[in-house]
Write a protein that binds this ligand. Structure first.
Ligand code: ADP
Length: 555
């Protein structure tokens, strides 16, 4: 029986321990219960009957000392337990010759109404006890070995579990940190599995679309948000699987029905086929861009409209200016004949009827002649200006040196003793229009003669200077000079600096110079200081040898 249990125990040490305890508890140990001071036997078990070799009915109701004679020590023990109410055990050497050994007594009180009324005695013979103990020891040893193995295995398991728990805790911390970082992002970040079902939904997604994480996890993302893609979905997925990512603009519907335009970026996790997606709200930017596009289109429309309007108005103005020019030209032209007639008749009256006039009459007549001469100059200048502005200019190389010398020679007021004009030669030829250039040279020299202090003999030097592809002609005089602030104004129409009583003139001469030079493709200017003379200049394109014989285009 014990051997069988030991075999089972090898299979399961815990069961072995349990079986050992059961063997002790259920051992058929002799047991007797006595009552009262005389220790009347009230209960005996079969083992006890066998121990004392008497049937049960012989034992019950008799004092213990009668049924078990020569047991004074045992009776003393029964007395002690009955009186003290405490359990006791006792080991006794047996006086049996055939079966030398020991007996162990275990006694415990029987309590009724909280006081001991009897004693239960259990007897164990040492031989039996040893047998039981050996069996139990064996079982316990097997149990201990298994216990040791179990402990080791449990320790190993526990260490593994601890490591696993630590790793899981670290992973959980890591995941929580990542989730926290994801939540910090303003962008909507989500993860969906290969079937489009959402597995992660950060705070940014919650804020952008309005759904809480628990409402959307496990749902189909695109059905939920009715995503409108820039191209067919299948194409996008094919691209994603080829390149691992996709980005583009999509339109989605939020929980409250708002249409949101987002810039989406998808990244495919090749291991799980999950897709990490992030969406940036660009609705406002798109609206702004759309607004900008509309405003630009409107602006372009308006600019076009304005351009047309300006073109139309410019054409109208040109037409009006042309009409005015030709009108003023014809008026100026028509004014000349009566003006000259007035001057001529005034002179006739002076010469043929002068005797009949007194001093005042002569003075009036003189004023008429002066005024009509002034008016004639004005008309002549207006006509010259008109000519310079309107006439078609055929540009060609002009020998400016010859032109200058001819002009000086042709007018006595440009020559000594009236004035000294020196032309420093040679002067390079320029591209220009001869008549216009003559007018320019004439006006500049005439001014140099005019704007000198009384009693000063005009002195002018004309020199040329090469400036890359241009020639600059300088006219340096010893006149009254011009303040820096007036140096631009004098080139505009009627930009006179002095009254006619001081220096006569019309205020058109330099305007003609500027207009003519500009029409020949050149520029004009002056350097001067009051009282230190002036250095007027005109700059025109230099004519080279190849161009010398070919006519240049008109402007
Ligand atoms: P006008 O000679 O009929 O007055 P211009 O247009 O030729 O008109 O000249 C405009 C003004 O420029 C002159 O009134 C004069 O004040 C100034 N000016 C022109 N040339 C000279 C010069 N060489 N020296 C000083 N001032 C000048």
């Amino acid at each position: 029986m014990i051997t069988e249990q030991t075999t089972n125990a090898e299979e399961n040490p815990r069961d072995a321990a349990r079986l050992c305890l059961a063997a002790v508890a259920n051992a058929p140990l002799p047991m007797v219960t006595v009552q009262g001071e005389r220790h009347i036997v009230r209960y005996v078990n079969a083992a006890f009957c066998e121990l004392v070799h008497q049937p049960q009915e012989e034992l019950l109701g008799k004092p213990f000392c009668e049924v078990v004679p020569h047991q004074t020590e045992c009776v003393e023990l029964l007395d002690r337990v009955l009186h003290s109410g405490r359990s006791e055990s006792h080991l006794e050497q047996e006086q049996h010759e055939l079966h030398p050994g020991f007996r162990s007594y275990t006694l415990w009180p029987v309590i009724a109404d909280e006081r001991p009324v009897g004693v239960t005695l259990q007897v164990t013979e040492t031989a039996r006890l040893q047998e039981e103990a050996v069996a139990m020891n064996e079982a316990l040893m097997v149990g201990a070995v298994h216990q040791h193995e179990l402990t080791e295995a449990a320790e190993r398991l526990s260490a593994q579990l601890k490591a696993e728990i630590a790793a899981r805790e670290a992973a959980a911390r890591d995941l929580a940190e990542k989730a926290r970082l994801l939540d910090l992002s303003n962008d909507a970040i989500m993860v969906r599995d290969s079937s489009n079902r959402l597995t992660l939904w950060n705070k940014g997604s919650e804020q952008l679309y309005g759904w809480k994480s628990e409402e959307v996890l496990g749902k189909d993302l695109h059905t939920l948000m009715q995503t409108e893609f820039p191209k067919p979905y299948e194409e996008i997925i094919a691209h994603l699987h080829n390149s691992g990512n996709f980005s583009g603009e999509v339109v989605q519907i939020a929980r409250d029905g708002r249409r949101i335009t987002t810039l989406c970026r998808w990244v495919l996790d090749p291991e799980t086929n999950s897709i990490l997606t992030s969406y940036t709200d660009i609705t406002e930017r798109k609206k702004a861009e759309e607004g900008l596009r509309r405003a630009q289109a409107e602006l372009a429309d308006r600019a076009l409209h304005l351009e047309r309007l300006v073109d139309e108005r410019t054409a109208q103005l040109r037409e009006t200016a042309r009409e005015l020019e030709s009108y003023s030209y014809s008026i100026a032209h028509d004014m000349r004949a009566p003006l000259r007639a007035m001057t001529a008749f005034a002179r006739l009256v002076q010469t043929e009827h002068g005797a009949q006039l007194d001093e005042t009459g002569h003075a009036y007549l003189g004023k008429i002649i002066t005024a009509s001469q002034r008016l004639d100059h004005l008309v002549t200048d207006v006509l010259n200006y008109s000519n310079v502005s309107r006439r078609k200019l055929m540009l060609h190389p002009v020998d400016v040196e010859k032109l200058l010398l001819d002009t000086i020679r042709g007018q006595p007021e440009f020559q000594p003793p009236a004035a000294d004009i020196e032309v420093i030669t040679p002067l390079p030829p320029v591209i220009g229009h001869e008549a216009s250039l003559m007018q320019v040279v004439n006006n500049l020299l005439a001014n140099a003669m005019k704007f000198v202090l009384p009693g000063t003999r005009p002195n002018v030097t004309v020199r040329g200077e090469l400036r890359e592809k241009d020639v600059r002609l300088w006219f340096e005089d010893n006149g009254i000079g011009i303040a820096h602030a007036d140096q631009q104004r004098i080139f505009s129409l009627f930009g006179r600096l002095h009254p006619a009583t001081e220096f006569e003139g019309t205020g058109i001469g330099l305007t003609i110079v500027r207009k003519a030079v500009e029409r020949m493709g050149g520029t004009v200017g002056v350097e001067s200081e009051p009282g230190r003379g002036s250095r007027f200049w005109i700059q025109l394109r230099k004519a080279d040898e190849n161009e010398a014989n070919s006519p240049a285009s008109g402007r």
